[in-house]
Ligand binder design. Sequence first.
Ligand SMILES: *C/C=C(C)/C=C/C=C(C)/C=C/C1=C(C)CCCC1(C)C
Length: 243
Amino acid sequence: MPTQILLTGAIDPHNYVAFTFFVGTMAMMAASVFFFFELNATSATWRTSVLVSGLITFIAAVHYYYMRGYNLETGDSPTFFRYVDWMLTVPLMCVEFYLITKKSGAKIALLWKLIFASVVMLVTGYIGEVLDLDHSWQWGLVSGLAYFYIVYLIWFGDVAKLANAGSPAVAAANKTLAWFVLVGWAIYPLGYILGTPGGLFGAQLVSDANAAKHYMDIVYNIGDAINKIGFGLVIYTLSRKES
Ligand SMILES: *C/C=C(C)/C=C/C=C(C)/C=C/C1=C(C)CCCC1(C)C
């Protein structure tokens, strides 16, 4: 898939990278408007949670708008701003877990544990993807371990225990979010493996480096749409069950 830029600035219909950046921007914007407008009709108990859902998609919308233009103009992968987006939005997803378990006694230390693990996951991912390509599988492995620690906390650790001690609606919401983290977040290492030379234990799946980056962007864009909007909708549904 060669870089396809039309001189008019229009998106070539076969340029799936640009197309998914465009649709991603639109979807994140629409989701933000939805979450923000629903705030008024949300009970006080869940308002902060729904607000955070809107902040996650809003931050992503701004980054997607930028990344869409960057990709369209240069044909390159906007990797740096991808990671800036994740560094802001993934910790906010950790805040969501803290907020839903706070009522059954979650301490701020649990939030810091989740945030710390997510920062380790993302910083090592960035190093492996951009700064130290010679060791991309090692960095990917460290990132994966941090990821599994988050999965552990949410499925079996303190997050699971506190959520199950909460109301049935909170327990059910945590279960759904846990599936998002286990399956939805697993999309990202897949993108990493496709797009990073040596990202699969030293092997390179797609030999053309340019094409590899394109696959990676498409996979990341699909992952973001599922995880940011879907995640927010689970929180929104919880807020409606409990008001
Ligand atoms: C809204 C953005 C989200 C939910 C981003 C999540 C990103 C990940 C779960 C990334 C994970 C990675 C690994 C587990 C290993 C390879 C490197 C990463 C950073 C792609």
